[in-house]
Design a protein around this ligand. Structure first.
Ligand code: MSP
Length: 515
């Protein structure tokens, strides 16, 4: 039997504006994890999408003088363009305004109602439209939501339907105290368990003061609270209520990748909803930190949002992807800086990796006419080659352990230990010296074979991070098709065939001069 599907989701993004670096951060990380799992031969289902209902979107549309549907239809393509420019390989894209989402959301909520998990009550309290969340006085700083200091907090008093969330505090505590992988990183798990221990209130899950949302099926003057609607994208997109065969095959998600500000919704409300219907729970919820600028969360509402396009034009999609994964320790907050990005790009991509590719391919061209010799026989392999090969094996193991721990930062570091080892191997074996004396011919062939093979393996190993350069290198090394359609089956030393033609080309990562 084939292994189960690896199902990973990103948050679905509010389309009140275009994406900034903070949004792209989670999506890029998710893409890297999915690309890695595909290389392992896993059947991956990678979902992203847009969250289009609720007051925030409604008000944005009103400000633009459009209907909410007109507005979302206009802005969604701007999101798709960014994902395209960043080489995101999602298998599906869900919009919460699609019928395939709206219908099964009603089915789900009706099922909760039928099980007496929902009752009618009155909500009196505070609401932040920026978060689309009910708040208590304790959540505010100087009377304002700390994440949306430019928006006024609203006072609501409405007849709402409530979900019996309070029942689920104990089962959730049990889950998070007995399963380390259910919620990561560890600090976040402890934080949620601490909050759960204070008990849970039932949750208002409908709104009556506006109608931009999915109607409550048994009482259509209510629309379903936008978070109850949005969280279900993870199940509706894989067939809940419509395609039981697909749902059984793909659900539960292996990873819900999210930002730390939406952890409560994902780690408390969502699993409680699933528990209420006896549905399987996601295996892992992973909360990333914030991308910051000047110590503050990057956001549109504080006017610090930078578009990914502004960086891609200088660093390329590869430079972008690599920098954010490598420099911001995954799971923690981290500061974006232009200078940091330039120096990371130059040091790792232009120098360590890009120069190595240029050097090796130029030497193969110059000394071997661009044609690979026979691979070394056992007795031709010296200590130096054994060191290089061992560095590869170790890097592969470390990369795997890092991805298992959902740490693309560690994985990037581990992969680059092999790149650095290959650089020190070049210095050690000094092919240019060997080339001076014809009696060293076979030794020269051996070391250049080894180096070219190292490049092929780097192309595979680095492809989740830098897919474009990896593909270009793969092609220059005379390899067929797409590197991304291979698996680590191809990651065995000695895979390059004698006689393969190697071509040189422009630098993969031209140096960026600091201004
Ligand atoms: N629509 C909800 C999510 C629903 S998921 C069922 C939402 N959308 S959002 O557009 O406001 O945020 C989407 C994601 O972007 C969140 O995970 C959030 O943490 C992330 N980020 C937004 N700004 C960010 C940074 N500055 N840094 C890192 N991620 C941040 O919430």
């Amino acid at each position: 039997m084939s292994e189960a599907v690896f199902y990973l989701t990103t948050p679905i993004y509010y389309v009140n504006d275009v994406p900034h670096l903070g949004h792209a951060y989670c999506t890029v990380a998710s893409d890297i994890v999915c690309r890695y799992r595909r290389l392992q031969g896993r059947d991956v289902h990678f979902l992203t999408g847009t969250d289009e209902h609720g007051e925030k979107i409604l008000r944005t549309a009103q400000e633009k003088g459009m209907s909410p549907k007109e507005w979302t239809d206009e802005i969604v393509p701007r999101w798709l363009e960014v994902w395209d420019a960043l080489d995101i390989t999602n298998d599906d894209f869900i919009r919460t305004t699609e019928e395939r989402h709206e219908k099964p959301v009603q089915t789900f909520v009706q099922a909760l109602y039928d099980k007496d998990e929902i009752y009618l009550g009155t909500y009196r309290g505070l609401y932040c439209v920026g978060c689309e969340a009910f708040k208590t006085e304790d959540d505010l700083v100087d009377g304002r939501c700390p994440l949306h200091p430019n928006r006024d907090i609203e006072h609501l008093e409405e007849d709402n339907y409530f979900f019996r969330l309070s029942k689920y505090a104990e089962p959730l505590i049990e889950r998070y105290t007995s399963n380390e992988r259910a919620l990561m990183p560890e600090g976040r798990r402890n934080e949620i368990v601490g909050k759960l221990r204070q008990g849970l209130d039932d949750l208002s899950i409908s709104r009556v003061s506006f109608d931009w949302g999915i109607p409550i099926p048994w009482d259509e003057k209510h629309v379903i609270y936008v978070w109850i609607d949005a969280l279900q994208n993870y199940t509706t997109a894989v067939g809940y209520g419509q395609d039981p065969e697909m749902f059984d095959r793909v659900w539960p998600a292996n990873v819900h990748m999210i930002g730390k500000d939406i952890l409560w919704f994902h780690s408390v409300i969502w699993p409680a909803m699933l528990m209420a219907l006896d549905l399987p729970l996601p295996e892992t919820i992973f909360a990333t930190g914030f991308l910051q600028i000047g110590g503050e969360k990057m956001s549109k509402s504080t006017l610090t949002g930078i578009s990914p396009h502004d960086l891609i034009s200088t660093f390329g999609s590869d430079g972008y992807r690599y920098y954010f994964m490598r420099d911001i320790s995954f799971g923690q907050d981290g500061e974006f800086s232009w200078e940091g990005m330039v120096s990371r790009y130059n040091a790792d991509l232009a120098n360590d990796f890009g120069n190595l590719v240029s050097r090796v391919s130029t030497m193969v061209k110059r000394y071997l006419n661009g044609t690979l010799p026979a691979p070394p026989r056992g007795d031709e392999v010296t200590e130096a080659e054994r060191g290089l090969r061992a560095a590869f094996e170790n890097a592969m193991d470390d990369v795997e352990a890092s991805f298992d721990a959902i740490s693309p930062t560690q994985a990037a570091k581990a992969a680059f230990t092999f790149v650095r080892k290959a650089n020190s191997y070049v210095e050690e074996v000094a092919p240019w010296s060997l080339a001076k004396d014809e009696s060293n011919r076979r030794r020269l062939e051996v070391v250049l074979y080894e180096l070219t093979e190292a490049l092929r393996l780097m192309s595979l190993m680095l492809s989740p991070f830098i897919p474009r350069a990896a593909q270009e290198l793969w092609t220059r090394l005379g390899q067929e098709g797409e590197v991304a359609s291979h698996t680590f089956e191809a990651a065995r030393w000695g895979g390059l065939a004698e006689g393969t033609k190697i071509v040189t080309g422009e630098p993969l990562f031209p140096r960026i001069e600091e201004e």
